[in-house]
Every structure is written in C-alpha cells, then in structure tokens.
Design a protein around this ligand. Structure first.
Ligand SMILES: [Zn+2]
Length: 175
C-alpha cells in the first residue's frame, strides 16, 4: 500500500489471463481496503470507489477524456460562511462521492508544468500505474525490480541478437 489513495485505487484491479485480482471485488474486502485508507468502508463508499476506479483507469489510459471525472468534480464545492468580519470558505463534498472526490483531487494536484505525474507503467504487459516524484518526471516503470529489469533484459537480448548477425539468428537479411 502506498501513501496515495489514488494510486492504490487505480492499481487495485489486475487482470491476468487466468484470473482477475480485484482488491475491491468482494464487499467485505472492499470495506477493509477503504478502512485501511482512512475511510469508513460503508456500502456507499464501496460503490463510489468502484465507479471512480473505472472512470480514472479509462481516463489515465487515454480512453476517456476528463469529462469522465465530472461526477466527482461536481461533488466538490466550497461554501462561504459569513463572519462578522468576512467570509470563511468551507469544503463540502457529497458523501456519496467522497472516495472518488478524494482521488480526483489528488489527481489534480499531480498535474503540473511537466505534465501529469501519474501514468501507466510503460511495460506493455503491465497494468500498474505509477506516481513519478522525480524532478525530470521521466520515470517509466512502476517498479525497477520487475518491469524495469525485464525491459532492460529484453533490450539487451534484442541487441545481442542483432549483433550475432542474420546467419546465427536464423533470420534472413532484408534485401
Ligand atoms: Zn510495471
């Protein structure tokens, strides 16, 4: 588990060829997951977490535009409360959208001059997202130990094959 509700949420469902690993798949597990993230784990929150995850994953993968997040943006408001000497601005969040609103607010805070700091891992067969806190915002892999090393090995292997020449690799040279 990371420090980020947003990151944990979009990484909470992984589809494998033979199974789906979904940390929110079961109602009781989903409630535990929410409590571990400082929420209550109510049925409303479970519903909202699943809906927000679906929208955020589609959006972060570029398959939906930002309008997909509109229900949660619309759930966040600031209300002015009058004082004798001015106004206080109070955050109000629709409780039925509280989980997604927190995740969307976190997403918004990760946007900056160098682009988004949350994105999908660059490995083709990896479904994880990552948050890049480096200065250059150029991190590609969600984990250097798994995806980063595998990609390095793959490149090394491809280079070695090319260096070995067409005879030894069994590939006919292009004509
Ligand atoms: Zn990865």
């Amino acid at each position: 588990m990371s420090q980020s509700l947003l990151l944990d949420l979009v990484n909470s469902r992984l589809v494998y060829p033979d199974r789906v690993h979904d940390e929110l798949g079961d109602d009781a597990e989903a409630a535990d997951w929410l409590r571990a993230h400082g929420l209550e784990g109510s049925p409303d929150e479970v519903r909202d977490a699943r809906a927000a995850r679906a929208a955020l994953v589609e959006f972060l993968r570029g398959r939906a535009d930002a309008a997909a997040l509109a229900p949660w943006a619309g759930a966040m408001r600031k209300r002015a409360a009058l004082r004798a000497d001015g106004l206080d601005w109070i955050d109000e969040i629709d409780p039925a959208r509280a989980v997604g609103a927190r995740a969307v607010a976190e997403w918004a805070a990760l946007q900056g001059e160098q682009g988004s700091r949350i994105r999908a891992c660059a490995a083709a067969d990896c479904q994880h997202f990552l948050i890049d806190e480096s200065r250059a915002n150029a991190r590609k892999w969600h984990s250097m130990e798994t995806c980063g090393n595998r990609e390095k090995a793959r490149r090394h292997y491809a280079k070695a094959r090319t260096a070995a020449g067409p005879e030894r690799s069994g590939v006919a040279p292009p004509r």
